[in-house]
Design a protein around this ligand. Structure first.
Ligand SMILES: [Zn+2]
Length: 98
């Protein structure tokens, strides 16, 4: 692709022109950054993967990163609620059991 500012040929994956320093709109990454529901689902199933994807993509694919991050966050929140529920339930059983 070519720089929008000075017209020199630059790498497709570069967002900044090495000649003049002008910021480029990288259309390739924008079309891939669709905030995919599947990435949210992956983040929900595998929170660690969701967190890693969020950290890797937060600059290049903010929407997809957010989807994966929210999935991971939801999974962690559900995990905490489940832990508290089991904890309270076990106390309840312990008290009523005697
Ligand atoms: Zn340039």
């Amino acid at each position: 692709m070519y720089c929008k500012n000075c017209g020199s040929m630059i790498d497709d994956n570069t967002n900044v022109c090495p000649k003049c320093g002008a910021t480029q709109n990288n259309n390739v990454s924008e079309t891939n950054d669709n905030g995919g529901f599947l990435w949210g689902l992956l983040g929900c199933c595998v929170p660690i993967a969701g967190l890693i994807l969020f950290l890797v993509w937060k600059d290049t694919k903010p929407k997809t990163a957010k989807a994966a991050g929210i999935g991971a966050l939801v999974s962690v929140i559900i995990g905490v609620i489940w832990y508290v529920f089991v904890f309270v339930l076990s106390i309840g059983i312990g008290i009523s059991g005697y």
